[in-house]
Design a protein around this ligand. Structure first.
Ligand code: SF4
Length: 339
């Protein structure tokens, strides 16, 4: 494990092993997680300790490219990791502050047909620091404070469970960034077993279920995970999660013309979500090279929303931030690497 993803008590053991006082661990933690730095040679630790720490694994995440929207202040970012793998994310500015969308894996093995991140499968899981370092590198470069985090970049967060959990604890720690769990959203395609497991952590983190279809036969075709966990099972797991954590579920529903945008789909969605504390986020499809379906026209999108609202659901249509810089997540990285 990289030392810039160790908890304070773990760092304490490390410094003790090197013959130093336990208080050094707080100094090191502060350097990594308050100052957002990893150039340990420039810290004010004793020279001998610096040398020892430098010989340990210290991960870095650097911004490789940025793409700026001309219509709003959204940035799409490419990051480079120590092993030269590339991941992507986006930085969005809202009235309440900055929100950063993070990746949790290089690639993804879930195989959703509309998603560019999965086309070459899973390359590897990100380590806890590689998730965290996306936040730190953005804060350092743009001199801003990230107030909200969405785990919706490449990768299925719950498929990288242990590293995800460590990341969450580190970013929430008082001695570090001290980000409230309430300002974090985790998007999942519906890994039912992991949702139940995560519910028992009892963290008030918003869960966003990528549903995208109301019928199992259709969802099977666009999201292979549905062959293992059916819609009903995913919804039940989310209901349990919501009750255990006291949070409201978000349902992500990508609107695909002629596929899932009919009034019958809207009605079915209302049925499926009955009795849940839920917010529905409608996302007009961003077509990718390998999935050339279209988004519905504006009128159909609005009438879909109205149907849901007429049945008492809370609905938003996702604001298209940075619509000019790129489409769906995963495309930038693939284009950069030549597909
Ligand atoms: S949508 Fe999410 S879970 Fe599905 S393939 Fe893409 S990154 Fe993986």
């Amino acid at each position: 494990m990289e030392i810039n993803a160790l908890y304070i008590d773990e760092l304490e053991k490390l410094v003790e092993k090197y013959g130093y006082e336990p208080y050094r661990s707080k100094q090191i933690y502060n350097f990594f997680h308050k100052q957002n730095r990893n150039d340990i040679e420039n810290s004010n630790l004793p020279k001998d300790l610096k040398e020892k720490l430098k010989a340990e694994d210290i991960k870095t995440v650097d911004i490789l490219e940025e793409y700026n929207s001309k219509i709003d202040e959204t940035k799409k970012l490419l990051y480079i990791l120590d092993d030269k793998n590339i991941i992507e994310g986006s930085l969005m500015k809202y009235k309440y502050g900055y929100s950063l969308c993070l990746s949790t894996q290089v690639g993804c093995r879930m195989g959703c047909v509309f998603c560019a991140s999965t086309k070459a499968g899973l390359v590897r899981n990100l380590t806890p620091y590689e998730i965290l370092g996306q936040v730190y590198s953005v804060e350092n470069k743009y001199k801003i404070n990230i107030s909200n985090i969405i785990l919706m970049g490449s990768g299925e967060p719950l498929d990288n469970y242990d590293n995800l959990l460590r990341f969450l604890k580190l970013i929430h720690s008082e001695e570090g960034k001290n980000l409230s769990y309430r300002n974090i959203t985790i998007s999942t395609c519906g890994l039912v077993d992991k949702i139940y497991k995560f519910a028992h952590e009892k963290l008030p983190i918003t869960l966003a279920l990528s549903l995208h279809s109301t019928y199992d036969e259709k969802r099977d075709l666009i999201m292979p995970i549905n062959k293992k966990y059916k819609i009903k099972d995913a919804i039940e797991a989310c209901r349990y999660y919501s009750e255990m954590t006291g949070t409201r579920l978000t349902v992500e529903y990508t609107l695909i013309e002629g596929e899932n945008d009919g009034q019958n789909n809207a009605e079915e969605l209302v049925n499926i979500l009955k009795g849940l504390k839920v917010h529905v986020n409608l996302i007009p499809l961003n077509p990718i090279e390998e999935y050339k379906r279209q988004r519905p026209n504006r009128r159909s999108i609005v009438s879909f929303r109205k149907k849901l609202e007429s049945k008492g659901l809370n609905v938003t249509i996702r604001r298209e931030l940075g619509a000019d810089i790129n489409a769906s997540c995963g495309q930038l990285r693939r284009n950069y690497k030549g597909g």
